[in-house]
Write a protein that binds this ligand. Structure first.
Ligand code: GLN
Length: 296
C-alpha cells in the first residue's frame, strides 16, 4: 500500500476457481478496511485479461481438479504476477488455490502436474475425500481458532522449512503431520497464507482478515465489534465435543436400517437415482444437532 491511497485487492480468475464462494474473501477484506475509513478496491481479474502485478493482495479460491490445472497454467504464463506473489504482494490462497501455488499436483491417474512453484509444497490425492467442518489453532499470534468448511481430496506435504497456518483440532486439513506429530492445516510464509478452509474463511474468521489488512497497511488496526459475527462463531460446535462424539457414534445411526438384501438395495438405488452401492450414511446434520454449541 506504499505511495497510494487505497488497498488494492486482486481477485484472481474467480470464474475458474470460484466453486466454493471464496470470492467472498475479497468482499470481507474490502469492507473491513472501509469500516476503518481505509479506502479499498477489489479488481476482478478474469482469465482473458493480463493480470496487474502491482496490487497489494491477491486472492485465489477453490475449484475442481481440472479447473485448477487450467489455473496453474494460466498463472505460469504471467511472469510478473508470479514475481509479485513470490517477492512483494500478500496472497490468500484457498484449497485448489493453495495447491496450484505449490511445486506439483498429482492427479488421480498418478500423473504429476507442475504448480507455480511459489510454495515448497506438493499435493497428491488422499484415500478419502475430506468433507465437513474443520477447526484449527492458528499459528499467527492473536488470531486464535479458525473455523471453516473443507471439501478436498488432495493431501498436501510441506517442505522442511515451510510452516503451516495452523494445527488441526477437528477435520483433516493438509492430511499430513509436522515433525512433532501435530496434524497441519494450510501454509504460512512471509508472503502467502494458504488454507483448506472455505466459508469464506475471512467471513468466518475476521481476525485473519484483520491480520492480512494489518500486514498490508503496516498498522495495528482497531478492533470492530460485530454482534452477528460473534454470535455466528458462538454457534460452532466445540472441537473436543465433536471428537468425543465421533468416537462414540455408531457407524450407522440405529434408526436407519440399511437394506441387506441386494434386490432391496437395487430397488432403493433405482428409486433414489443413486448407485446400488450407496448405503445410508450418518448425515453431518445429525452431528451438529447432537452437539451443545460452545464458544471458540
Ligand atoms: N480439487 C482439489 C481437491 O479435491 C481442490 C478442491 C477445492 O478447492 N475445494 O483436492
Amino acid at each position: 500500500m506504499t505511495g497510494q491511497s487505497s488497498i488494492r485487492i486482486g481477485l484472481l480468475i474467480p470464474e475458474v476457481l470460484g466453486t466454493y464462494s471464496d470470492a467472498g474473501n475479497a468482499t470481507v477484506l474490502a469492507q473491513r478496511a472501509r469500516w476503518r475509513a481505509i479506502p479499498a478496491e477489489v479488481l476482478v481479474i478474469n482469465a482473458g485479461s493480463t493480470p496487474p502485478a502491482s496490487l497489494d493482495v491477491y486472492l485465489l479460491g477453490g475449484g475442481e481438479d481440472t479447473a485448477q490445472l487450467f489455473a496453474a497454467q494460466w498463472l505460469s504464463r504471467h511472469a510478473q504476477l508470479r514475481h509479485a506473489l513470490t517477492h512483494r504482494a500478500r496472497t490468500l490462497a484457498v484449497c485448489a488455490g493453495l495447491q496450484v501455488l505449490g511445486q506439483s499436483m498429482r492427479d488421480r491417474s498418478g500423473r504429476d502436474h507442475p504448480g507455480l512453484g511459489v510454495l515448497d509444497i506438493s499435493t497428491a490425492p488422499g484415500r478419502h475425500r475430506a468433507v465437513g467442518e474443520i477447526v484449527t489453532r492458528c499459528a499467527i499470534p492473536g488470531v486464535g481458532q479458525l473455523i471453516g468448511f473443507e471439501n478436498h481430496l488432495g493431501i498436501t506435504t510441506l517442505g522442511p522449512t515451510t510452516g503451516c497456518l495452523g494445527t488441526v483440532l477437528t477435520g483433516t486439513g493438509n492430511g499430513t503431520r509436522d515433525r512433532t506429530g501435530r496434524r497441519t492445516e494450510g501454509v504460512l510464509t512471509d508472503r502467502v497464507i494458504g488454507s483448506y478452509l472455505h466459508g469464506p474463511v475471512l467471513a468466518r474468521n475476521p481476525a485473519l482478515a484483520d491480520h492480512i489488512l494489518g500486514l498490508v497497511t503496516g498498522k495495528e488496526l482497531a478492533p470492530i465489534e460485530l454482534p452477528d459475527q460473534a454470535a455466528m462463531r458462538q454457534t460452532h460446535p466445540d472441537p473436543l465435543t465433536v471428537r468425543g462424539w465421533l468416537r462414540r457414534r455408531p457407524r450407522i445411526p440405529q434408526h436407519i436400517t440399511p437394506p441387506t438384501d441386494p434386490g432391496a438395495c437395487k430397488q432403493a438405488a433405482d428409486r433414489s437415482g443413486r448407485s446400488a452401492d450407496a448405503r445410508p450414511r450418518p448425515s453431518s446434520a445429525l452431528i451438529v444437532m447432537d452437539l451443545v454449541p460452545r464458544g471458540l
